[in-house]
Ligand binder design. Structure first.
Ligand SMILES: [Zn+2]
Ligand SMILES: [Zn+2]
Length: 149
């Protein structure tokens, strides 16, 4: 495992079903493990590993995704995109920020070991079995509306 490999130039297919394809040609502006309750439900585990991109950085065949929209915290709507064939979670599209961002689920990378998380977010709802890495930044919820530019 090389934790310093650049997280860029992906040209990938959902490794389970081969249906969803996406292409990324630049590094994400952030990489987090999200421990919010939604990510726990979607992952069926303690967190989702997420690569944060501006929407224009990702080329994806949206027609192969099915979406589930959920309003969390009573105000923000988040769209969760799943592979239509195998139902693997592929991306998350939040709408809480004026910037158009897409959170790509790192599990779908052909080589998920290049994912290098920089922060643990929503640690306030983390499970005690959620494997927090205390050597990286801990954020109790999420800096809503203040994403890095
Ligand atoms: Zn699939
Ligand atoms: Zn989350």
């Amino acid at each position: 495992m090389n934790r310093t490999a650049p997280m860029s130039s992906f040209r990938l297919t959902c490794s389970w079903s081969g249906r969803v394809r996406y292409e990324v040609q630049s590094d994400p502006f952030h990489a987090v493990k999200c421990h919010c309750r939604d990510c726990q439900m979607i992952s069926g585990s303690g967190y989702l590993p997420l690569l944060w991109y501006k929407a224009g950085q990702i080329k994806i065949d949206d027609s192969k995704l099915k979406y589930f929209a959920r309003t969390s915290d009573g105000e923000t709507t988040v769209r969760h995109g799943f592979c239509e064939a195998c139902s693997s979670p592929v991306l998350v599209k939040p709408t809480f920020d004026e910037m158009d961002v897409v959170f790509l689920v790192a599990t779908t990378l052909d080589n998920p070991s290049i994912f290098t998380p920089r922060a643990e977010i929503w640690v306030s709802s983390a499970q005690h079995w959620g494997c927090l890495d205390e050597s990286i930044e801990q954020v109790s919820t999420q800096r809503t509306g203040k994403l890095a530019r």
